[in-house]
Design a protein around this ligand. Structure first.
Ligand SMILES: Nc1nc2c(c(=O)[nH]1)N(C=O)[C@@H](CNc1ccc(C(=O)N[C@@H](CCC(=O)O)C(=O)O)cc1)CN2
Ligand SMILES: Nc1ncnc2c1ncn2[C@@H]1O[C@H](COP(=O)(O)OP(=O)(O)OP(=O)(O)O)[C@@H](O)[C@H]1O
Length: 196
């Protein structure tokens, strides 16, 4: 591979995705989701009443629905809906009883209900690092969404993942990549320092 290609973050990200996804699949088979949901609930509870976004898991993503089910009793929980390529996500109210339909990329979306703007976001991811950088599937959906929401007000971005999804180095980042405030895994919750 040429030096230029190695330094291209898009190329680097693709290689890291593949490696970390293999580890995520292994962790998913072990299924430490219950322990992670306990930690997630501890982090979310103080925010009860705020509009909070979760996600409907796809592939080997860790399942946040146990914690979201509890939070939906205390306040509005929303999940992402894709408007189109290159556009930020919008969010529709979810409850455990909501009628769900298939959305793009296999994630379920609510068939009906109000669209609300979240202040606290539980964000799915492929990889994270020790400084709060996040790598997703490459659509840039969460980067665009977090940029838009933070321009309008304060948001809290919480990554939810298996501990095995931590990348040992610093993830390659572009100017548009958004950093996480915290990450929650089966090991516990970690808060990242704000950028220097
Ligand atoms: N559960 C869940 N819901 C979510 C997301 C997510 O990551 N997880 N998203 C977070 O953004 C959005 C969906 N984004 C996605 C974007 C791309 C692919 C995907 O499969 N991409 C291809 C590669 C495409 C390419 O770059 O060529 C792939 O991985 O095979 C999946 C989801 C909205 N909802
Ligand atoms: N706020 C933004 N405005 C314009 N383009 C953006 C913005 N955020 C991200 N992008 C573009 O989206 C592309 C994909 O981003 P990236 O690979 O970081 O996605 P990701 O974080 O892995 O995916 P996702 O957020 O969907 O889970 C980038 O090449 C970037 O140029």
């Amino acid at each position: 591979m040429s030096l230029l290609k190695r330094r291209d973050p898009t190329v680097q990200k693709a290689g890291i995705r593949k490696k970390v996804l293999a580890r995520r699949r292994e962790a998913h088979e072990q299924g430490p989701d219950a322990a992670a949901n306990g930690h997630l609930l501890d982090v979310l509870r103080p925010h009860a009443g705020k509009v909070m976004s979760g996600y409907m898991p796809i592939r080997s993503e860790i399942d946040p629905r146990p914690a979201l089910t509890q939070m939906a009793r205390l306040g509005p929980v929303v999940v992402p809906v894709i408007q189109g390529a290159g556009l930020p996500l919008i969010f529709r109210v979810w409850t455990p009883e909501a009628k769900m339909i298939d959305g793009p990329f296999g994630a379920l979306v609510p068939a009906e209900g109000e669209f609300l703007t979240p202040e606290v976001l539980v964000v799915p991811l492929v990889a994270f690092d020790a400084t709060g950088n996040r790598l997703g599937y490459g659509g840039g959906f969460y980067d665009r969404t977090l940029a838009q929401l933070s321009a309008a007000g304060q948001v809290l971005a919480l990554g939810f993942a298996y501990a095995a999804q931590e990348y040992a180095g610093i993830l390659p980042c572009e100017d548009t990549d958004w950093r996480l405030d915290m990450v929650v895994t089966e090991v516990g919750a970690r808060r990242f320092d704000p950028p220097a």
